[in-house]
Design a protein around this ligand. Structure first.
Ligand code: PMT
Length: 402
């Protein structure tokens, strides 16, 4: 998977720099084109000349060392790279990346690149467990950077614990494995719905639910990173999208989401409904703000249309995936929805469990397809849940096509 790939190897300053030499050598032997970029601290451990000899390319260390006046070196390398691997990634480099800092050539290039970025941390065990480092890694994970976890064992600082740079072979395996899934949706159109709807009762009040949109946005991001052309129909959320492969359409009410999903439906190959759509809306909507009264205010609610059901009823070859937000007998209720709504698969989350469902950055789900073999995805980030779901969907679509 790395043959003929343009790989930017970012080396930041830690004792594990010596392992980056072996990584450069192995990547080159496997047919990758490797360009190494070192921070100033990294050059204190190993000379750039070593990396130049191993990669057979010039090594970059200084943003202002512009050798070719026709190009701006850090933008040129950023555009050239298909893949960027940061190994070793120090706590400092991770901190810079998570905060958008660009005060050396490597951090500047990483801000400019559109390549898939893999981060292999290496540091002291206590640094790795520090809340600041954990927060920075979480931020990068949410932005779609991929981590190659450090191993545990004897560390150069004398401690025994987690923080040792993963072995070069394992780093290449992890990158190759991930790259394999990268093109899974190339040439496919993916429609995703996310977030809550809002149902107005007067100009200042509405009914809604606790969905933040994070799960659906993570699915859109994962699908786009796997090569899909994504349309994201977003309810009332406070989230941003910057991926150029995601076309975002904002809606507010269940009725607007119904219209938009139906307009987009036929043009898509895969449709995933992670949105939390209102099942009921106020029967009467007031043009003026309702004045407070001394007695109770009873709001009569009417049913909204079930979007997923109507997509299931009108489906023509699309792979249709629903979500089920349950609080008891999650699997039983989820499978009933799979059958009733004519779906190809359903993603069930028990939203009463800690770490699952609404609002947070993690989820715990069970994916069930029509062969009804449940596949559990245990507690992990919503982006990781999304990546695993997309891989399962790609697999099932291949099986259906046979
Ligand atoms: O957004 P987050 O904060 O990240 O939280 C994620 C989530 C909990 C919202 C998500 O994981 C999830 O479970 N989404 C589905 C929520 C839901 O509405 O579940 P449901 O069991 O009520 O509905 C079943 C399915 O029917 C869903 O795919 C839903 O989009 C769809 N539906 C429901 C009602 C309706 N009128 N039209 C629909 O299409």
């Amino acid at each position: 998977m790395v043959r003929n790939k343009n790989i930017l190897l970012g080396v930041s300053g830690g004792i594990a720099v010596y392992k980056a030499c072996a990584l450069t050598s192995k990547l080159t032997q496997q047919g990758a084109n490797v360009k190494v970029m070192m921070t100033e601290s990294a050059t204190k451990f190993v000379s750039p000349l070593t990396f130049q000899a191993l990669s057979r390319n010039p090594v970059y260390t200084d943003t202002f060392d512009e050798k070719n006046p026709a190009k701006i070196a850090h933008i040129d390398v950023a555009d050239w790279a298909d893949i960027a691997i940061i190994a070793p990634a120090t706590a400092n480099m991770i901190g810079k990346m998570a905060n958008g800092l660009a005060d050396d050539m490597l951090s500047t290039t990483l801000l400019a690149t559109q390549a898939s970025v893999y981060i292999a941390p290496a540091m002291n065990v206590h640094m790795y467990a520090h809340p600041a480092v954990i927060k920075n890694m979480k931020q990068l994970d949410e932005w779609g950077y991929h981590f190659i976890e450090p191993g545990a064992g004897y560390l150069a600082c004398g401690y025994v614990g987690k923080g040792r740079l993963e072995e070069p072979e394992s780093i290449i395996d992890a990158v190759a494995e991930h790259q394999k899934s990268n093109g899974l949706f190339t040439g496919k159109k993916v429609l995703v719905s996310a977030g809550p709807t809002q149902e107005r009762v007067d100009p200042v009040r509405f009914f809604t639910n606790r969905s933040s949109g994070k799960m659906g946005f993570a699915i859109a991001e994962a699908a786009a990173n796997m090569g899909g052309e994504v349309t994201l129909v977003a309810g009332a959320v406070n989230l941003e999208t910057s991926n150029k492969n995601i076309n975002r359409i904002d809606v507010t009410t269940a009725a607007e989401m119904f219209e938009t999903m139906h307009q987009q439906f036929q043009a898509n190959d895969i449709v995933i409904k992670a949105a939390a759509v209102a099942d009921y809306r106020p029967k009467q909507v007031y043009d003026e703000k309702m004045k407070k009264q001394s007695n109770d205010w009873v709001v009569e609610m009417e049913r909204t249309k079930d979007i997923l059901q109507s997509l299931g009823d009108s489906k023509q070859g699309q792979f249709l995936v629903g979500f089920a937000a349950e609080t008891s007998d999650a699997l039983g209720h989820g499978i009933k929805k799979l059958q009733k709504k004519n779906l190809d698969a359903i993603v069930i989350n028990n939203v009463s469990v800690d770490g699952a469902g609404f609002g947070g950055d993690t989820n715990i789900v069970t994916y069930v397809n029509n062969s009804q073999q449940p596949k559990d995805i245990p507690l992990t980030s919503k982006y990781e849940v999304a990546s695993q779901l997309m891989t399962l969907i790609a697999h099932d679509m291949k099986d259906e096509a046979k």
